[in-house]
Design a protein around this ligand. Structure first.
Ligand code: RUQ
Ligand code: CUA
Length: 683
């Protein structure tokens, strides 16, 4: 393979590789004694005894389901689904009134996306377990999950972008997380002929402030040539202050990219000096540019999300800020760009390349100082390939995509086409070991393997194709992750486990860095939700025109009030249910007959609201949907719904104190605090 292979040839070899590995798979599974000993060994390495905890939390993206999943490693046990850009009927996220604002965008309410890259926050270049960031690839967004509560607490839409793939990789102290546009489009986006791609289409790199919860914002954007931007990683140690992105389609093709964007022998890694960017922004070199985007935040105390619509960003043009951006030519349509723990090596995954090229940061600095340029692209200097190259890993396999590192100077690269993980040595570039994986690995992940201090020990192969690995489940199979022991010289396969949705990328961290901070309940005394009910006697029912607000508590094993009358067909009924328990893991649910929405699940101490519009007169039961106690089945109530204009009085079977309040409220019908129901979310 001295000549670069054509894409077709690669695909053919992919098929051959799959067949070959398929055959390998079938003959090893039937083998005898010695392998059984190995299997026994592997089993004991992933066995977590009943009642014991896993050693690591792993966070896997759910791909096209828009979620993130938390798993335990080494067992591969699924711990939690976290809805991010999707509605989740299990918790009511995106359905209940409190969380709908999280999914607002300038395109409207978007309860779906395509999550790719979970990224843990870092302190001093080491994952710290505070937050997990994740990107929305389709409608460019970046979310923060708070790992105290394992819940999405903030979402920032990325303006002037189309496709948020290269995202959300963070800088060593989480000052920024980044998002680069995958597709180039006109900036600002306007109606132009697609053939005018070269004149009109541009890319943007967004630097998002990330270290303060609730305050994510676009610090600045950099306007780039109209290539496709694929992935990125921050420098560290000596390369701290720099950020590296891969590009493909430097051909600027706009049709049949499969061929037309694979012409050039080399595309580029973009090296951005973001300290320089900060200086240029501070000295007024960025232009305030119109931009339309949402910032959605879950308030910590009320647990009600709010949205803010923003209208401008600071845009930097590389031409106005010398020293900001350089191009490093890199073969061929590079995909991943990964920085080794020392911060010296910049490893590219040239998905059509026959080698793994590695650039040196030291050499890059020198090449910049010596102006070793091979021309420029739209004013951005192109560094000479030979001037930055540290080495090439020869014959690594086919289709290198992503690289992670252990703490012993080794690198591990995923090979999509030859379906294997390849271990090689930093500095000598020699291949040390290979492990076939089933099948067609995309990302791979080592706990801390993209950070300054990898924990090593395990490697997770996140495979794109499952085929025969699990019991068949119809045309679509569970996705497949494989856990590999990397503690010795040779890799050892330990475990297959299924994942739901496509596990593009993952991150993992020792459980001890998260578990002690996990919140057990929300303090009722701190609940500032406008419709919170903090004591049983405070339940109420109130009418404001066509809106009926019911303040209700849930506690083992009843709702109060539990019988309601005076509701009319066509009313918007808001059940504001506060779980007044102050105890870990005592969660209640609420569902009502005929509700077009999901149920709501209410964590101890919080208030959640279900909106319901009854369509016909009659009696409607509601009940607790989460088995909470021996008398969970008794946890129920009824709503009487009458025809519009009926004389049936508003009534709730509540305490005498609450009844007096109700009488007073009805004499003076005044809205107290109205939640914002003006969202265009589906009801
Ligand atoms: S990438 S296709 Cu992370 Cu390899 Cu998205
Ligand atoms: Cu409350 Cu079941």
């Amino acid at each position: 393979m001295t000549n670069p292979l054509s894409r077709k040839a690669l695909l053919v070899s992919a098929t051959v590789a799959l067949l070959a590995f398929g055959a390998f798979y079938s003959c090893t599974t039937g083998s005898g004694g010695k392998d059984n000993v190995l299997v026994g060994n592997a089993a004991s390495k992933v066995y977590v005894a009943p009642g014991k905890y896993d050693e690591y939390y792993a966070f896997l993206s759910g791909g096209y389901n828009g979620q993130v999943m938390a798993y335990g490693l080494p067992s591969g046990r699924l711990l939690k689904f976290m809805a991010v850009f999707s509605q989740n009927p299990e918790t009511g996220y995106g359905y209940n009134e409190e969380t709908k604002a999280m999914l607002q965008t300038t395109y409207g309410f978007i309860p779906w996306d395509d999550t790719h890259h979970p990224e843990l926050s870092q302190t001093d270049g080491v994952p710290d377990g505070r937050w997990l960031f994740i990107n929305g690839n389709n409608t460019p967004r970046v979310a923060r999950i708070d790992l105290k509560v394992f819940e999405t607490t903030e979402i920032l839409q990325i303006p002037n972008a189309a496709g948020g793939h290269a995202s959300p990789f963070t800088t060593p102290n989480s000052k920024y997380t980044i998002s680069a546009t995958r597709f180039s489009v006109p900036i600002p986006n306007t109606d132009v002929p697609i053939e005018s791609y070269k004149q009109n289409f541009k890319g943007t790199l967004s630097f998002i402030t990330a270290d303060q919860p609730g305050k994510m914002d676009i610090a600045f954007q950099i306007l780039m040539p109209g290539f496709n931007y694929d992935l990125g990683h921050a420098g560290k140690g000596p390369s701290d202050g720099w950020f590296f992105f891969t590009t493909y389609n430097s051909e600027q093709a706009y049709q049949k990219l499969e061929q037309n964007a694979s012409q050039n022998d080399k595309d580029f890694i973009v090296a951005v000096n973001y300290r320089q960017a900060e200086q240029c922004v501070a000295s007024g070199k960025a232009k305030t540019t119109p931009a339309d985007y949402f910032h959605n935040v879950m308030d910590e105390k009320s647990r009600v999300a709010r949205s803010e619509r923003k209208s401008s960003v600071k845009m930097l043009a590389p031409q106005d800020c010398p020293g900001l951006v350089y191009y490093l030519p890199t073969p061929k349509s590079p995909h991943g760009v990964d920085i080794d723990p020392s911060g010296e090596y910049i490893v590219a995954g040239g998905k059509l390349a026959t080698v793994i090229p590695v650039h040196s940061f030291t050499k890059m600095q020198k090449a910049i100082a010596d102006k070793q340029f091979d021309g420029d692209v739209q004013g951005i200097p192109v560094l000479r390939y030979s001037s930055t190259l540290a080495g090439e890993v020869q014959k690594p396999g086919l289709g290198p995509l992503h690289t992670e590192f252990d703490a012993k100077g080794n690198a591990y690269t995923s090979m999509f086409i030859s379906s294997e993980i390849v271990k090689w040595k930093l500095g000598t570039w020699e291949v040390l070991d290979r492990m076939p994986v089933y099948y067609s690995v995309g990302h791979l992940m080592i706990p801390g393997g993209d950070s300054r201090k990898p924990w090593g020990k395990y490697l997770l192969s996140l495979n794109k194709i499952t085929k025969d690995r699990y019991l068949p489940t119809g045309p679509e199979l569970a996705q497949s992750a494989q856990l590999i022991d990397i503690s010795g010289d040779k890799m050892k396969m330990l475990l297959d486990f299924p994942t739901i949705g496509e596990p593009h990328y993952a991150q993992a961290i020792p459980a001890d860095l998260i578990k002690g901070n996990s919140q057990k309940f929300y303090k009722l005394s701190e609940n500032t939700h406008p419709f919170a009910t903090k004591a049983e006697a405070d339940g109420s029912i109130r009418r404001q025109g066509k809106n009926v607000h019911i303040n209700m508590i849930a506690i083992r094993s009843h709702f109060a009030p539990d019988n309601l009358e005076g509701v009319q067909v066509g009313d918007s009924v808001y059940f504001h249910v506060t779980n007044i328990e102050q105890d870990w893991d005592i969660v209640h649910g609420f569902g009502v007959l005929g509700a077009e929405n999901a149920e709501i699940i209410i964590a101890p101490g919080e208030t959640r609201t279900l909106r319901w519009i009854p369509k016909a007169a009659g009696i409607y039961p509601f009940y607790c949907t989460d088995f909470c106690s021996a008398l969970h089945q008794e946890m129920q109530g009824y709503v009487r719904v009458s025809v519009p204009g009926s004389k049936v009085a508003l009534k709730a079977n509540i305490s005498a104190k609450a009844a007096t309040q109700l009488a007073r409220a009805q004499a003076l019908p005044k809205p107290v605090h109205e939640m914002d129901h003006k969202t265009d979310a589906p009801r």
